[in-house]
Each structure stands twice: as C-alpha cells, then as structure tokens.
Design a protein around this ligand. Structure first.
Ligand code: RIB
Ligand code: CA
Length: 313
C-alpha cells in the first residue's frame, strides 16, 4: 500500500511535541513532507523553534520545518502560557535548535506540496489553530481537491469548552480559519475534547514514558508532568488529556477511535459562543454530514501504541 503523504501543522505545546515524536517514529506508516508551525499555545517565534527542537530530539534534523501565521485571520492572538509555560514545552529542558528553519512561508509550502501532488493524495494534520490551512485554501483554492483528508484536534461537541464554556482553544483562537476549513468540504476527521478527555496520562502511563530511559522518554515524562497538572486540577482527572497525539494515532490505527459522521458548523457571529463547534450529533436538522467526529477511543491501545513507538526513537 502506498504510504500517505502527510503535512503536520502545529503549535508546540507539550502535547504537539508528543504528537510530532509519534509521527517521527511512524515512517513505516506515512511520509512526513514537512512540519508547519502556527501561533497558538505560544507565539510563532517559539512554536517554530520548538518544532525544530522536537525534530532534533527525535533524531530527525532533516525534517523541513516552516514558520506560518503569527496571528489569527481576524482576531487578536490568544496564547496559553498559563498551561504550557513560557517556553511552550516547559518540563523539557531542550537546547536551542541547530537545524535551520526553512525560508519558505508555511502557507506557500502547503500550497506547493499540494499542487505538485496527485488529487486526493495529501493528508493534513492540524494540531493548533487552523490559520495556515485556511490561508492556503484562500490563496490557492486549487489545493482543495489535492487533499485526501484533514485530521484535526479541535472542538468540543457534547463536552463543554476549555477556553470559554462554548469553545475549545484551537477553534476559539481562530474561529474564522476553522470555518473556512470546515466549509471547504475537504473530508474532515475531528478529535474534539469529547475523545481527548478520555486519553488521560495517568501516573502509571506517565511512568511508562519515564521508564523508556531515553532522551525522548525523559523529555515526554518531564513535559507531561508539567502539562498534566492544569487539567487534573480543573477537571479532577487522574491525568492530563493527551490531545494532539490522538490525531497521529488515528493515521496509524484508526480502529482505536470511534465516532460518527455529522453536520458541523463553526460559530463566528456571537462573542458569547465564538468558536463553538456546533455538531448535529443527533441529526435533528438532517443536513448533509461534513465531518467525522470522534467521541471515544480504546485508551489502553492508544497508550500502548504511543509508548511502543516512542521507544523506537
Ligand atoms: O485544546 C487543546 C488544544 O489546544 C491542543 O492542541 C493544545 O496543544 C492546544 O493547541
Ligand atoms: Ca496543539
């Protein structure tokens, strides 16, 4: 079977970092064409350098990393240092990157990668605000038929939001970008808080990472030790939710996840519910479904896959 060609867009972020490492350990499953960074958890200058730090940690200084949008399409950038720390990957003490940042803008890389590929051959993973993807679609609409599917972490359907009562962070930060992507009719797989809040880094799972006794295992252990504390306090979970790696795990073993195809729209009018992912879960309006939204996973299989793959780096 021909391997997928994958573009990974992210805003590292501890959970983005673990997702990048899972992607780097999965060269048998897909070709990683490049990593594009966007402003989100922390400003762009930090997310792009973190993406390079993590590639070097994973032994892949050859990976092309591109810097993208420094702010959302319409709204002021909202960051999340209060969760991720000022470095965005607090808990991991990684050196400044040596590998170069690519000269091209991330949006131009997404466009050139898609335009040079056959139809329906590119998979795009979105782990942060969707600004880069939306800009690419607006700048060059001909990329849309080139995309096989977009797999994203974002949204909250039956769950409440984690940034406002109505909205999850990635969608809240750039709701207009999310609307462009959702309305593009590109096949969309969404991993909202409904599923990621079931992917909890419990103390035993955290210890499994630390027991790898490797630079990758130690960095993941340190990062998740730091990242866990916020959600455990807020929700009373027995671990922090590992949001972004759900996207990469879906590419490797989709059967770990369960969901349904529904009609999805993004709220961009009301400030009260800005960025809400309004999914017709019970099909009450009988509109055409445009997203496959996951609401459950086999968490034991997920963490077994993740730990085994990280052990190979
Ligand atoms: O709401 C969780 C999402 O926002 C994750 O992608 C996290 O990294 C932040 O980007
Ligand atoms: Ca992220």
């Amino acid at each position: 079977m021909k391997k997928r060609s994958v573009i990974l867009d992210c805003d590292p972020g501890q959970d983005d970092a673990v997702a990048i490492l899972l992607a780097l350990s999965s060269t048998e499953n897909f070709d990683l064409l490049g990593i594009t960074a966007v402003a989100g958890n922390v400003p762009l200058s930090i997310t792009e350098s973190n993406a390079r730090r993590i590639c070097e940690l994973g032994g892949r200084p050859d990976i092309k990393v591109f810097a993208g949008a420094s702010q959302p399409l319409m709204r002021k950038l909202v960051t999340a240092e209060w969760i991720h720390g000022k470095t965005g990957i607090d808990g991991a003490d990684l050196p400044d990157p040596v590998m170069p940042l690519q000269d091209d803008h991330a949006v131009d890389f997404i466009i050139s990668s898609c335009m040079s590929a056959p139809d329906k051959s590119i998979t795009v993973c979105l782990l942060g605000p969707m600004t880069n993807m939306a800009l690419a679609m607006v700048k060059e609409p001909r990329i849309v038929p080139k995309i096989y599917e977009i797999v994203c972490m974002g949204g909250a359907v039956k769950e409440l939001g984690n940034t406002t009562p109505a909205a999850e962070f990635n969608i809240y930060v750039d709701p207009h970008a999310a609307k462009i992507v959702v309305d593009s009719d590109v096949p969309l797989i969404m991993m909202p808080l409904d599923v990621t809040h079931k992917a909890l880094v419990t103390p035993s799972r955290l210890q499994d990472f630390k027991n790898l006794n490797s630079p990758v295992g130690n960095a993941c252990g340190g990062m998740l030790d730091y990242f866990n504390r916020f959600d455990m306090t807020r929700y009373g979970f027995d671990g922090g939710p590992l949001h972004d790696p759900c996207v990469i795990a879906y590419l490797i073993e989709p059967e770990i996840f369960r969901g349904r195809k529904v009609h999805l729209e993004i709220e961009v009018s009301s400030e009260l519910t800005m960025g809400q992912t309004v999914a017709d879960w019970w099909n009450v309006e009988e509109k055409i479904p445009n997203a496959y939204i996951c609401d459950d996973l086999d968490s034991e299989k997920f963490f077994r896959l993740l730990t085994r793959r990280l052990a190979t780096l």
